[in-house]
Design a protein around this ligand. Structure first.
Ligand SMILES: Cc1cc2nc3c(=O)[nH]c(=O)nc-3n(C[C@H](O)[C@H](O)[C@H](O)COP(=O)(O)OP(=O)(O)OC[C@H]3O[C@@H](n4cnc5c(N)ncnc54)[C@H](O)[C@@H]3O)c2cc1C
Length: 406
């Protein structure tokens, strides 16, 4: 650590020995929040009672007779119930997911549930529990293969093709960021002003012996929620972003937004934000401000008690706009890219009040570049907040806004 709020380097063990990877901005996409935890950022683990979602060891089977297997995708849980009723089988969980793959004779199975001797979920941040879980997972797979061959039409001659190289961990640490996605946000399909993408998956809670689903009302709702940028910005550590299943969410909300679509978009956003922050010479948190509305507009979309309302004090509109100008003043000399020229004299950062005159913005870089992203954010604010209400379209060299980005 450079100081208690700044990561200086990541120590890695490699084939070339121990190395330090130094950086100015770090993104923790470890799934477990390892970097955030070790750097001293706040985090949570499990629900109010400390319960984690249960992990699963996945596997694939081959030589399935696809014609005879027929509707096994839908029948599998009925077949498991019938098998259990005989007393010969006992499954670790209900809600098995058994699906054909690209080749009709090859299927994958998401059916195991890995627990410790006391029944609690295997904790993916505990090395001993992980090792025991690998063994328990193999035992459950062996038992399940016996069931498939004996009781499921089309699987009589199937064989175990492969086992996932590692336990599939669903939930461990969740890093506490400047906003925390909550279950109500998912079920209420909430919008956020600083959205970086969407999650369209329902709550999928892998509890002891079962999988519990909770969906937004469909078709009444649009069926997806926004993911706010602030859930990627770790508290306490100034140069740390978090992406993926360890981002800032409650345990319930994480059961939805942990799936791969949400993780992809969070990773993209964190990488982009890190790049923008570096280009502008600012901390990642600075990039919150261009997006932030006052907390009143954030709570207008949900209940006041909603945990994902903006946490902590937020800038009022005037501060926000000054911050924007400060960001612009920083972005111009440091990135050397966006030229903002208020008609008349005076630097934008000195304006204090919103300028009434036309602003001409020239972006001499291609759409999709970092300067372009900065310019679009600024233009959005400039347009929506101008005294006359007019939108001031910037000039893009070579290509105009609205045209597809490369
Ligand atoms: C059994 C199972 C089935 C699932 N099925 C689906 C599905 O059908 N559809 C879907 O969309 N989602 C599914 N998911 C959810 C989804 O796959 C994961 O939640 C998501 O991939 C998590 O992405 P991530 O980038 O946060 O973490 P990960 O994909 O786990 O990536 C983290 C990476 O960091 C590395 N790492 C961790 N710690 C360290 C360290 N200390 N040092 C160096 N490297 C480290 C890991 O090796 C890993 O490569 C499933 C999850 C599980 C467990």
């Amino acid at each position: 650590m450079r100081d208690e709020h700044t990561i200086d380097a990541l120590i890695v063990e490699t084939k070339s020995g121990r190395r330090a990877v130094r950086g100015r901005v770090f993104v923790d996409a470890s799934g477990d929040g390892d970097l955030a935890c070790w750097a001293g950022a706040p985090w949570e683990k499990g629900d109010a009672a400390g319960r984690l979602l249960y992990p699963t060891l996945m596997f694939r089977v081959n030589n399935v007779d696809a014609v005879r297997a027929g509707d096994a995708v839908n029948d599998i849980n009925r077949l498991m119930q019938e098998a259990e009723a005989t007393g010969d089988y006992r499954f670790p969980r209900k809600g098995a997911i058994v699906r054909p793959q690209k080749h009709a004779n090859e299927w994958r199975a998401n059916v195991t549930q890995l627990r410790n001797a006391d029944g609690s979920a295997v904790d993916g941040t505990d090395a001993l529990q992980l090792s025991a879980g690998e063994i328990e997972g193999r035992r459950q797979i062996r038992d399940y293969m016996g069931f498939l061959r004996a009781r499921v039409p089309g699987f009589e001659s199937s064989y175990l093709l492969d086992i996932a190289p590692q336990l599939g961990i669903r939930e461990t640490r969740r890093v506490v960021g400047h906003a925390m996605l909550a279950a109500e946000d998912v079920l209420g399909c909430r919008s956020f002003p600083d959205t970086v993408g969407v999650n369209a998956w329902p709550l999928e809670r892998h509890v002891a012996g079962d999988v519990q689903w909770s969906w937004p009302p469909i078709p009444e709702s649009r069926g997806f929620n926004h993911l706010p940028y602030r859930m990627l910005v770790a508290r306490r550590i100034g140069n740390l972003l978090v992406a993926g299943r360890c981002a800032s969410m409650t345990s319930e909300a994480q059961s939805a937004a942990r799936v791969s679509g949400g993780c992809f978009v969070m990773g993209q956003a964190a990488g982009t934000a890190a790049h923008l922050a570096l280009a502008a010479g600012t901390a990642p948190r600075t990039w919150i401000f261009p997006y932030c509305r006052r907390s009143s507009s954030a709570t207008a979309h949900g209940s006041a008690a909603n945990k994902s309302a903006i946490l902590g004090s937020q800038p009022d509109e005037e501060t926000e706009m000054k911050t924007l100008f400060a960001a612009l003043a920083l972005a111009v000399p440091l990135a050397g890219t966006v030229l903002a020229q208020p008609a008349g004299s005076g630097r934008a950062a000195d304006a204090g009040v919103w300028p009434a005159k036309t602003i001409r913005m020239i972006v001499p870089f291609p759409p999709g570049s970092s300067p372009d992203l900065v310019a679009r954010m600024l233009n959005d604010k400039l347009g929506t907040r101008s005294a006359s209400g007019d939108r001031r379209e910037p000039t893009w060299r070579g290509r105009q806004p609205g045209q597809p980005l490369s």
